[in-house]
Design a protein around this ligand. Structure first.
Ligand code: URP
Ligand code: ZN
Ligand code: ZN
Length: 497
């Protein structure tokens, strides 16, 4: 379908015109010029007048800038390790990969105050980010101050998504606490994101492996059994159904987990789910590389087998999985991250997580769109629009429409690239995708009308990215529209008594 918005802006010269490109949104494909004034898209039409700056996008795709809504930046991990990327290197790398917005985490650890954590992350990001950013907050210290004061205030200030962990000794919440977070999110208008893995299963299996002297990286994937993910997912989905409160299951890796999610969605659960490049492009065989090489592929949950990979692709195409994020969790292949004890590092000691913020979009463009698994509209939805809708940034972000921020990426769909770590701009000393060949690469990246990347060069200053207060996430707004919270409490209490 071709849709052209013919609104033109005749009073003022455009700051920027992107002309002759093939524009795709999550729903449409059309040929048009895009005129930008004051960082916003002011006109979409054919034959716009010359702007102060013109970019000829002839023969290339003009797409909404990518939004990576799951990445860890300058953050202490669940194991207490600091990421290798700060807000400068992470946002530069994200921009080179076609992104104009990221939503990383501000992570509360035991003993921390949510308010102070948010102030700290905000100050660091403000000084360093080169593209726009919002925040999710991780809660691990669920005291009254957090529940009754700090989280409601954070939500009012635009941090409208809360991640909870069901695993990692230092982070995990129990079911009672998760119910508290779900009730709070429902009341205040936030979306709960869940890292769903059964901690006791992982710990028990890990203990049995260690007893047998099995320490190699590949045992990480044995301890983090697929069924530990499925069990935890089923449990938290049940909790969210009891309270009829939406949740997002992040980084789904296992085919059976996907079955569980699909079934709950079919029953009408307000359930959303995400997968990541590592579950489409890597498998457990990568973790089984000789020596500690496999540490380069250890993340939680771990990459699984080809059956699970196929299931993840199916989840993306059928819509069970609506979000495709990087889960960029950058750790170097040295004593600061993956190898705290060098060659002797055991699977329980290495940092969990993989870098991928820069290759997320090119991998999906090449393997998804160009190989015919996804349409270009689905590619846009999975890399940008659904993120904006899910986390309360739509319609400002995530589309190409008059009035939206001019966040645009121009793609050369013919460029062939072999991914190597040298090419990338993060602060990690390896890429798990080394040697993979992709076709299609982002040429020009524009954020709020500012040219961020042009011809392989960064054009903006450190600290020029802006904080984005997020509104009510669409899943929350939808769930609220379809039921009365007071009636639910009455129903729960009445049927229990
Ligand atoms: O292994 C991973 N995914 N590390 C990052 C933290 C998380 O759980 O998302
Ligand atoms: Zn997680
Ligand atoms: Zn993560």
């Amino acid at each position: 379908m071709t849709t052209v918005n013919t609104q033109t802006h005749l009073n003022r010269a455009f700051d920027l015109v992107i002309r002759n490109g093939r524009v795709a949104t999550a729903t449409d494909i059309f040929e048009a010029d895009i005129g930008v004034i004051n960082g916003k898209i002011a006109a979409i039409a054919e034959g716009l007048p010359v702007g102060k700056r013109d970019i000829d996008a002839c023969g290339r795709w003009v797409l909404p800038g990518g939004i990576d809504s799951h990445c860890h930046v300058e953050q202490l991990s669940g194991m207490g390790l600091m990421c290798a990327d700060d807000f400068y290197s992470a946002t530069v790398s994200a921009a080179f990969g076609g992104n104009t917005t990221i939503i990383p985490f501000a992570a509360q650890h035991r003993g921390d105050s949510v308010r102070e954590v948010l102030e700290d992350y905000s100050a660091r990001a403000e000084e360093k980010a080169v593209i726009d950013y919002g925040f999710h907050v991780i809660v691990a210290n669920l005291d009254d101050q957090a529940l009754k004061i700090d989280l409601p205030q954070a939500i009012r200030q635009g941090v409208t998504s809360i991640k909870v962990f069901m695993t990692y000794e230092r982070m995990k919440l129990d079911d009672y606490q998760i119910l508290d977070v779900l009730a709070l999110a429902d009341r205040e208008g936030a979306l709960v994101m869940v890292h769903a893995e059964n901690n006791d299963v992982i710990r028990w299996l890990g203990d049995r492996l260690v007893e047998r002297g099995l320490y190699a990286p590949k045992y990480h994937a044995v301890a983090h059994s697929g069924l530990a993910e499925t069990e935890a997912t089923n449990r938290v989905v049940t909790l969210s159904r009891i309270l009829e409160t939406p949740i997002m299951i992040v980084h789904v890796s296992e085919a059976e987990t996907l079955d569980c999610i699909r079934q709950a969605q079919q029953k009408g659960a307000a359930l959303y789910a995400e997968t990541c490049p590592q579950y489409l492009f890597l498998t457990a065989a990568d973790i089984d590389k000789p020596g500690v090489e496999g540490a380069k592929f250890c993340c939680s949950p771990p990459p699984r087998d080809e059956r699970c990979q196929r299931a993840m692709w199916q989840g993306l195409t059928e819509g069970t999985l609506s979000i495709y994020s990087s889960d960029h969790a950058p750790y170097r292949w040295d004593e600061t991250g993956k190898l705290p004890k060098g060659e002797k590092t055991g699977f329980r000691e290495m940092a969990n997580g993989l870098p991928g913020i820069e290759v997320r979009m090119p991998l999906l463009f090449s393997e998804g769109y160009l190989k015919g698994r996804l349409t270009i509209n689905e590619f846009v939805a999975l890399t940008a629009t659904n993120h904006a809708r899910t986390y309360g940034l739509y319609p400002r972000k995530g589309s190409i429409a008059v009035g939206a921020d001019a966040d645009i990426v121009i793609w050369d769909e013919e460029r062939e690239i072999t991914i190597t770590n040298d090419l990338l701009h993060d602060n990690v000393d390896y890429t798990p995708y080394e040697g993979m060949k992709v076709t299609g690469w982002p040429d020009t990246v524009i954020n709020r009308g500012r040219i961020v990347i042009d011809n392989g060069e960064l054009k903006v200053a450190r600290g020029s990215g802006e904080f984005l207060p997020c509104g009510v996430p669409e899943p929350v707004a939808k769930a609220r529209a379809s039921r009365d919270p007071e009636a639910l409490i009455r129903k729960l209490v009445d049927t229990t008594l």
